[in-house]
Unconditional design. Sequence first.
Length: 121
Amino acid sequence: MSRFANKIVVMTGGTSGIGLAAAIQFIKEGAKVVVTGRSRQSVGYAQGELGTSGVAIVADVTKSADLDSLFQQVREKYGRIDVLYVSRLRDGAQPGNAGIRVSQVSSSPSTVAALSSNRRN
């Protein structure tokens, strides 16, 4: 049995390194995954690695407009988010000042927010 079967996972910073490896693992465990990155090049690479079970989107999570667009795209494609995984934030950014609020993610009571940071100090 897959731990994340039929779950929708949204990951920020999931286009390279540990974030991309985590995204691939979520897919192996049954999830549909949406990853974000700021660079079109890294997003294109990630899309190739994720295949049909993943979607890579250009978005800067420190910008409210990008977050709004990201959540709208996820809502339109999947209708919900089950896991929010914050893989990396820009130097000095924190989820609170990056504009990420769990209340923005989903109105579903079953929403799970898994927050993890891979920031370098």
